[in-house]
Design a protein around this ligand. Structure first.
Ligand SMILES: NC(=O)c1ccc[n+]([C@@H]2O[C@H](COP(=O)([O-])OP(=O)(O)OC[C@H]3O[C@@H](n4cnc5c(N)ncnc54)[C@H](OP(=O)(O)O)[C@@H]3O)[C@@H](O)[C@H]2O)c1
Length: 323
């Protein structure tokens, strides 16, 4: 099957490709790498690109998409582009300006999906991670249901085709689903998800509400990132993943990606390395057996790479709930 045609239907009728290209890279990585990697990813068949204002490379990612449209590789409608509203823009009056700023950086007329990056609001301003003199994060108090209403208006205005959330636990999702006057349900919840944190309960909850779970850090995250708790074991060195990979003549990375697709999860894979980018597209060329899936399910051990410990006292800190 042509990998580009593997999509799932969202609850608003739009379609999302099941494999997405992650574009976050730690600050020290030159921005030009995002440009080259995104162009290459589109050339070899990625049609879903995940980005965010926070990553500070959306200008380059937008440039890559536009250059691949200009040279005839793709049309705009072939690309599924995701943007995110960062924690410092969750006050309802800041939502549309934040999305408009992303569109300006991208030089695109619309995004396909815009999601609330996290339910935890932080003090508005130019600092992505606002801190006081003692180094403590400065929280803001915003009801994310009001953020959601502002996002619904962005959809109505045509700035984004679909709207969703990220890093929400099931209670926070429920709060939106039960909101009086809800106009649109979230189409997705993008969360950390990999064999060491397989999110089986959250996945079941999402499926029961026709919400797609999108997996980030599916390859075990980027351990050099300031956001990542690097005391955790390295996922791609796991012996069970390695043995299954060997059996199928594949790699542990491909097994970790394939695992998600077979359980109905849309999966993101970040790589700025051409060999890896090309390899990751091979996820459509093999199948895991039910026994393989079970063995990978057995690796679950509640390891969270992006634990955002600094925000643990935030009233909306999502990761204290079981799921
Ligand atoms: N919503 C959120 O809060 C949130 C949080 C984190 C991430 N995200 C999104 O999810 C995306 C993916 O998550 P992530 O960035 O944490 O990384 P990831 O997809 O788990 O990848 C981790 C690392 O794996 C390496 N890799 C990729 N393909 C490989 C392969 N075939 N073999 C061996 N190694 C391979 C990459 O290094 P190379 O570049 O050297 O290949 C990359 O640095 C992000 O880029 C971002 O778009 C969202």
């Amino acid at each position: 099957m042509d990998p580009k045609s593997q999509k799932v239907k969202l609850n608003d009728g739009h379609f999302i490709p099941v494999l997405g290209f992650g574009t976050y890279a730690p600050e020290e990585v030159p921005k030009s790498e995002a440009l080259e990697a995104t162009k290459f990813a589109i050339e070899i068949g990625f049609r879903h690109v995940d980005s965010a204002h926070l990553y500070q490379n959306d200008e380059q990612v937008g440039q890559a998409i536009r250059s691949k449209i200009a040279d005839g590789t793709v049309k705009r409608e072939d690309i599924f582009y995701t943007s995110k509203i960062w924690c410092t823009s969750l006050r309802p009056e800041f939502v549309r300006p934040a999305l408009e700023k992303s569109l300006k950086n991208l030089q695109l007329d619309y995004v396909d999906l815009c999601i609330i990056h996290s339910p935890m609001s932080l003090k508005p301003g130019n600092e992505f991670v606002p801190k006081d003199e003692s180094g403590k994060l400065i929280f803001d108090s915003v009801d994310f249901c009001h953020t959601w209403e502002a996002l619904e208006k962005c959809k109505d205005a045509g700035l984004t085709k679909s709207i969703g959330v990220s890093n929400f636990n099931h209670k926070q999702l429920e709060k939106i689903l039960n909101k009086p006057g809800l106009k649109y349900k979230p189409v997705c919840n993008q969360v950390e998800c990999h064999p060491y944190l397989n999110q089986s309960k959250l996945l079941e909850f999402c499926k029961s509400h026709d919400i797609v779970l999108v997996a980030y850090a599916a390859l075990g995250s980027q351990l050099s990132s300031e956001w990542v708790n690097s005391n955790n074991p390295v996922l791609l060195e796991d012996p069970v993943l390695s043995a299954i990979a060997k059996k199928h003549k594949q790699t542990p990375a491909l097994v970790a990606l394939r695992y998600q697709i077979q359980r109905g999860v849309v999966v993101l894979a970040k790589s700025f390395n051409k060999k890896h980018i090309k390899e990751n597209m091979q996820v459509f060329n093999f199948e895991l057996t039910p026994e393989d899936m079970k063995a990978i399910d057995g690796l679950n051990r509640n390891i969270r790479y992006y634990d955002f410990q600094q925000a643990i006292d935030h009233p909306e800190y999502p990761f204290s709930e079981e799921y």
